[in-house]
Design a protein around this ligand. Structure first.
Ligand code: AMP
Ligand code: MG
Length: 411
């Protein structure tokens, strides 16, 4: 048996992601601290002005800017100090022309004041008089009421990923819960007669199952809730049972048995699972040719190669964008955090094929160099040695030593 048709990676990915696009993902409300890394299910609106009152951004004196115009070291503007505004309290007095009030960073501006002079540009003349040695413009050193957000403004749009700064913004608005997209559940299945569970000692010809550990970690990193369903022997019945159980979850990842040999039953069992079935069997990809992309009963199914390196590369190319899409994010982010580096060696790549090259990074002066880590895709230590991956797209025949590349750092 042979692969029916090897698909270019880009085409395979597009077809798969389009087939998996559809209904908007379900939402849930979570307490703010649990929202880190999650994606907003709807727009979050400011219930009130932020900041709720005009505040100073420096230590100094609240003034009317017009009173400082023309002030200089040689000819300071003289102002009467009428009060000191205490932190956490409303100002007691309105500010009249010719007056100043002492104020600390974050303090509330008194009525009548429109700017703050930094303490560095003032001199104390007596207990209640200062000289100002530099003019301020209206609004200078002031955070206006509602300048961060006005009541009714969108604080966060739908589909926005929550980071530390989003948590701070929501908390300052008094929003203690936020509606986020539910984490997709991911069923993970391993296949292979040779596999034993990690706590077992492998007998002759056996190896410990390890793909589930990596796939669980990657899915969790990508915001999903992974569940390992166990390993299936290389029999139709064993694979069928676990695949059916996996349809309870939002996404199915099954590794091993995805090629076209006599013991490779995964594609046959996925094809039986439901409609529309297999979209892609075989990708023009190295490592990762035996890739299966399918949709069964509305559930995305990714058949990953058994070789540990291939499984992780295929996860990154197809499952990671799927999980982003299922969480309301663009499958292809508009920008990715990459390191620009120069390749140390020529790397060949067949035309039409996408190559994912493991690289180790090292800095030399102002430049970062990417050294290919060679080794078979069954050797998991090669990924441990690698700092990142360089993708050689199908349109390119290879990379020359010294060429600049984008390295996707393996987190
Ligand atoms: P397969 O895709 O089933 O032909 O497997 C390719 C290679 O990957 C074989 O050497 C398998 O023993 C190995 N392999 C498959 N599944 C796993 C797994 N879950 N953990 C570790 N190695 C695996
Ligand atoms: Mg196998």
């Amino acid at each position: 048996m042979e692969f029916f048709e090897l698909k270019p990676v880009e085409e395979a990915r597009l077809q798969f992601l389009q087939a998996c696009a559809g209904s908007s993902p379900p939402a849930e409300s979570v307490p703010l601290p649990d929202a880190l890394g999650r994606v907003t299910a709807g727009a979050v609106v400011a219930p009130a002005d932020l900041p709720p009152f005009a505040r100073t951004s420096v230590d100094g004196y609240a003034v009317k800017a017009a009173d400082t115009f023309g002030a200089s070291e040689g000819l300071p503007a003289y102002l009467k100090v009428t009060d000191e505004i205490l932190m956490g309290h409303a100002p007691m007095l309105a500010l009249k022309p010719g007056e100043a009030q002492r104020i600390s960073t974050g303090g509330a501006l008194p009525e009548g004041a429109d700017a703050v002079v930094m303490v560095e540009y003032t001199e104390m003349l007596s207990a209640d008089e200062i000289g100002i040695t530099r003019p301020v413009a209206p609004g200078e050193n002031v955070m206006h009421k509602g300048e961060d957000a006005r009541a009714g403004d969108t604080l966060l749009p739908a589909g926005h990923q929550v980071r530390a700064q989003e948590l701070a913004l929501l908390q300052s608005a008094g929003l203690l819960r936020v509606d986020v997209i539910r984490r997709p559940t991911v069923a993970i299945i391993s296949t292979g007669d040779e596999l034993v569970e990690p706590e077992q000692t492998p007998g002759p010809g056996q190896i410990r199952e390890s793909n589930a550990a990596a796939l669980t970690a990657l899915a969790r990193r990508d915001g999903a809730l992974p569940i390992y369903l166990g390993k299936a022997a290389d029999t139709e019945e064993a694979i069928r049972v676990l695949l059916h159980a996996a349809l309870e979850y939002d996404v199915v990842l099954i590794s091993g048995g995805s090629s076209v040999g006599t013991r490779d039953l995964t594609s046959k069992m996925i094809a039986e699972l439901g409609q529309p079935g297999i979209l892609v069997h075989g990708a023009k990809l190295k490592p990762g040719k035996p890739t299966i992309l399918a949709v069964a009963e509305g559930k995305p199914v990714v058949g990953l190669p058994g070789h540990p390196v291939s499984a992780q590369v295929v996860y990154g190319l197809f499952a990671a964008p799927l999980l982003r899409q299922l969480q309301g994010q663009p499958a292809e982010p508009p920008f990715k955090p990459v390191v620009r580096a120069r390749m140390t060696k020529n790397v060949a790549s067949a035309t039409g094929r996408t190559d994912c090259v493991r690289v180790r990074l090292r800095r030399e002066g102002a430049e970062v160099w990417a050294e290919p880590v060679h080794g078979k895709s069954g050797l998991i230590s090669t990924l441990v040695k690698a700092d990142g991956l360089v993708t050689i797209p199908s349109s390119i025949e290879g990379i020359l030593a010294g060429d600049w590349v984008d390295v996707e750092v393996l987190a």
